[in-house]
Ligand binder design. Structure first.
Ligand code: AMP
Ligand code: MG
Length: 488
C-alpha cells in the first residue's frame, strides 16, 4: 500500500488525439468534506484507508487540486436518448483526472462526477447533488459485490455549495473508477460526423487495451463488435436475474466494456413487476424493467451502425446477430441456478412460471428467491415460509409440487442446493427506501453513518447478517412515495 503521492499515472486516453476530448480542469468547491469511501475501491489503486485522513487527498477528490501526472479532461460522445439521436453530449459534469497503473498492472481511470462545467455541459451546471451521489456510490459498490460488472465508486466528497434542482440541494462529487468510460456513444459521434478515421482509431485503442486477444487480427472489428454484444448480453442477463432496472438506457450510458454505467434513477424490484418503471421521467416506459434486454439489442444496432464504416452492413448485423441467443442462454442458465436447478428447457419453464405467480401475487422478488433457498422438497411439505407470501395458495401449491419433483429428480439434496443458492440469491439489495433513509440522514443531519452501514451490509449481500434483518424486509408504506427521475 502506498500514499496517493506515489500514484503512477499512465493516461492512455489522453494519448489519443484531441478529437476525443477537451482538456478542462475541475472547478474548485469551497470547504470540501469526506462523506464516505470504499476501502475496496481504494485498494484498486493500492491505497490504504488511512489515506482518507489526508486533507490533500480530499482536496483532490473535490477537484480543488491535481496531482503531478494527472491530465484532466472531459470526453466527447453523442448518443441516442429515448430513441432520438443527440449529436453532442460528452462529459458534461464528469472530469477524467487520469489513469493509474496499480501494482497488479491494471489500469484504472479516475473520474470525478460533479466536478464543474465542461465544454459539453450544454445548459447544465456541471454539478451533482449529494442525493444522487449517495445512490451512485452505494449502488456501484453493491453491484460489484453481487458479481455484476460495473464502474466502481471510490468516495463521495461534499461541499455546502448550493446546487439548484427542483429545490436547493448541496453539491457532491463521486470519484468513479473504471478501466475505461468509453460508451457506445463515443463511436456514434464520429459516425454522424462522417469521421471514419476517428471511428477506426478509437476502435483500435479500445481493442488494443480492452480486447487484446483480438489485437493481432487483420480485421478485428467484426469480432470486436460481437464481443461487445456478448458482454452486453451477459450484463443484461445479470440485471434481469437480480431485478435491477437501470432507468436511462440511452446509448451514451452503454459501456463498451459491458459495465453497468451511469447510475441515475435506477431501482431494484421490490414486488416482482415485469413492467416496473423506475425512472419517474420515463412516461412511455421505454426503459421498463422487462424492456431492458430488447433496449440493449436496439442500442447494439446503433453501435453496429456506427462501426459500419469499418465493415459491411451484413457483417455488422451478423456480428450482433448472436445477441438474442446469448442473452437467452445466459439468463436461463442464471435463473436455473438461482432456482437450484440444472439448466434446461423444463427448468426454465418452472422458473418462468414462478415469476408469473410472483407478478400476479405481487410478491417481493428478493425475499421469495432467498426463502426458496430453504425449500423443503420432501413430498407433502407445505413450505409455509414461502406459501404464506401468496394470496393464491393453490397456485403456489401446484407450482411447489412441480418444483419439489424437479428438485428430487435433479438436485444434490436440499441442504447442498440451498447452500449453493444462497451464493446466488442475495439477501440484501439496495432498495430505494434504504438509500432514501441514508440520504435523508446525510442531508438533514450530516450523519453519514447510515451510508456506511448500508455500504458494509451490501458488500456482503449473500451473507446472513442477523443484526440487519430489517434491511431485508419489504419496503415500508412511506417508500411508495419515493420518486426518482433524471434530475441529479
Ligand atoms: P445522463 O442522463 O446523466 O447520462 O446525462 C446525459 C448528458 O447530460 C451527459 O452528457 C451528462 O454529462 C449531461 N449532464 C447531466 N447532468 C448535468 C449537469 N448537471 N451539468 C452538465 N451536464 C450534465
Ligand atoms: Mg450518462
Amino acid at each position: 500500500m502506498s500514499s496517493h503521492r506515489d500514484l503512477v499515472f499512465d493516461n492512455g486516453f489522453a494519448r489519443l488525439p484531441e478529437a476525443y476530448y477537451s482538456r478542462v480542469c475541475p472547478t474548485p468547491v469551497p470547504d470540501p468534506y469526506l462523506v464516505c469511501y470504499s476501502a475496496e475501491a481504494l485498494a484498486l489503486l493500492d491505497l490504504d484507508a488511512s489515506e482518507m485522513t489526508q486533507p490533500e487527498l480530499i482536496e483532490i477528490l473535490a477537484g480543488n487540486r491535481l496531482l503531478p501526472g494527472m491530465d484532466a479532461m472531459a470526453a466527447l460522445y453523442a448518443g441516442h436518448q429515448f430513441g432520438h439521436y443527440v449529436p453532442q453530449l460528452g462529459d458534461g459534469r464528469a472530469i477524467l483526472l487520469g489513469e493509474v497503473k496499480n501494482s497488479r498492472g491494471e489500469g484504472w481511470e479516475i473520474q470525478l462526477k460533479g466536478a464543474g462545467r465542461t465544454p459539453y455541459s450544454r445548459g447544465g451546471d456541471g454539478r451533482a447533488v449529494l442525493r444522487s451521489s449517495i445512490r451512485e456510490f452505494l449502488c456501484s459498490e453493491a453491484m460489484h459485490a453481487l458479481g455484476i460488472p460495473t464502474t466502481r465508486a471510490l468516495a463521495i466528497v461534499g461541499s455546502d455549495r448550493p446546487v439548484y434542482r427542483e429545490e436547493e440541494e448541496t453539491a457532491a462529487l463521486v470519484t468513479r473508477l473504471a478501466p475505461s468510460f468509453v460508451r457506445f456513444g463515443s463511436f456514434e459521434v464520429f459516425y454522424y460526423r462522417n469521421q471514419v478515421e476517428s471511428i477506426k482509431h478509437l476502435a483500435d485503442y479500445v481493442i488494443a487495451r480492452y480486447y487484446p486477444e483480438l489485437a493481432g487480427r487483420s480485421d478485428p472489428y467484426p469480432e470486436f463488435l460481437r464481443q461487445v454484444s456478448l458482454r452486453t448480453a451477459g450484463l443484461m442477463a445479470q440485471w434481469q436475474a437480480v431485478g435491477f432496472s437501470h432507468g436511462v438506457m440511452n446509448t451514451d450510458n452503454m459501456s463498451i466494456l459491458g459495465l453497468t454505467l451511469d447510475y441515475g434513477p435506477f431501482g431494484f424490484l421490490d414486488a416482482f413487476e415485469p413492467g416496473y418503471i423506475c425512472n419517474h421521467s420515463d412516461t412511455s416506459g421505454r426503459y421498463a424493467f422487462d424492456q431492458q434486454p430488447n433496449v440493449a439489442a436496439w442500442n447494439l444496432t446503433k453501435l453496429a451502425q456506427a462501426l459500419v464504416p469499418l465493415m459491411s452492413v451484413e457483417t455488422a448485423s451478423a456480428a450482433i446477430g448472436d445477441y438474442p441467443q446469448a442473452f437467452n442462454q445466459a439468463y436461463i442458465d442464471r435463473m436455473a441456478a438461482r432456482f437450484g436447478l440444472p439448466p434446461g428447457r423444463d427448468t426454465a419453464g418452472l422458473a418462468m412460471d414462478a415469476l408469473q405467480l410472483l407478478a400476479r401475487n405481487r410478491i417481493d422478488y428478493t425475499i421469495f428467491m432467498r426463502r426458496l433457498c430453504d425449500f423443503d422438497s420432501t413430498p407433502g411439505t407445505l413450505n409455509p415460509a414461502l406459501r404464506d407470501l401468496f394470496l393464491d395458495r393453490a397456485g403456489f401449491d401446484s407450482w411447489a409440487a412441480r418444483y419439489a419433483a424437479a428438485l428430487r429428480q435433479n438436485g444434490p439434496g436440499d441442504a447442498a442446493r440451498g447452500q449453493a443458492m444462497r451464493t446466488l440469491n442475495p439477501k440484501y439489495i439496495l432498495r430505494n427506501h434504504l438509500a432514501e433513509t441514508a440520504i435523508r440522514r446525510a442531508a438533514d443531519e450530516r450523519d453519514y453513518s447510515e451510508i456506511n452501514r448500508l455500504h458494509a451490509l451490501l458488500t456482503r449481500p449473500f451473507d446472513e447478517q442477523p443484526a440487519y434483518e430489517a434491511y431485508a424486509a419489504e419496503p415500508p408504506d412511506w417508500a411508495r412515495k419515493i420518486e426518482v427521475s433524471c434530475s441529479s
